[in-house]
Design a protein around this ligand. Sequence first.
Ligand code: BV8
Length: 245
Amino acid sequence: MLPGGLIDLLKDATEVVALTGAGVSAESGVPTFRDAQTGLWSRYRAEDLATPAAFQRDPALVWNWYAWRRSLVEGVKPNPAHLALATLEQRLPGFHLITQNVDGLHFRAGSRKVLALHGDLFLTLCSAEKTPVETWRDDGEAPPRCPRCDAPLRPGVVWFGETLPQDVLSKVLALSAVSQVFLSIGTSALVQPAASLARMAYESGAVVVEINPEATPLSDIAHFVLRGPAGEIIPALLEIAWPAG
Ligand code: BV8
């Protein structure tokens, strides 16, 4: 059941921001960062592979881990949470979606106003030039080489220890500061600086709503905590607070 007070607030709000984490893709079958990794990756922690040091130490291992994640994501579909957020973008002009996810499922669900904090699994960069590479010679070597300068290719994501794209970061800081409602969806609220956005919104007077089956460090300050899966809660919120027509 959704709290009545929340629904009235959502109906009146014009500036709504949603921050999504890996939990919003969980019901699509994409393991979250907190989930233990599966199969041959089960002996690695994601945080230990998603770093420049890991790529320096074993570029083939890291490249293959991202190749495995790309093939996993290619085999899944956006779930009702992704679809409802894409519909909300159509229905509420002042809605902005910020995601920590790199799986591209918001885009595949139809969202177009997406601020991606941590990059894109399907973007490949030259590790030396830091510029995108669309095609490369695939001679079975992992990682493949840049066709321009022969440096190893890398995924276009932000690793732990790397700074976030400044243009995106300044946009999301500005949006969080003016949001009237801040929806924190499917994130453990541990990774910085993303985890600070909800707190900043709270301190600027936004109503903070956490949507997560489990508690997080944000739970104590959130004005509303909706304990459950995003795939059920987001569609319900959409239809009650922002119905079609
Ligand atoms: C940076 C791309 C400057 C790669 C990712 C301040 C304090 C402490 C540490 C730091 C700090 N500032 C910087 C750091 C270091 C670090 C950091 O935050 N470390 C953490 C571990 C403490 N941050 C950085 O390095 C950032 N860079 O700040 O640069 C700098 C540099 C050096 C030193 C200082 C400053 C860069 C961070 C970006 C890292 N890259 N992704 C890739 O994907 O491979 S982060 C990656 O992990 C994901 O993108 C995601 O953001 C994060 C995982 O978090 P979640 O999305 O929340 O997922 P998680 O699995 O944790 O939780 C899932 C949640 O879903 C759970 O709560 C679960 O209950 C819930 N759930 C499950 N099912 C459902 C559900 N919810 C709803 N419905 C369901 N069905």
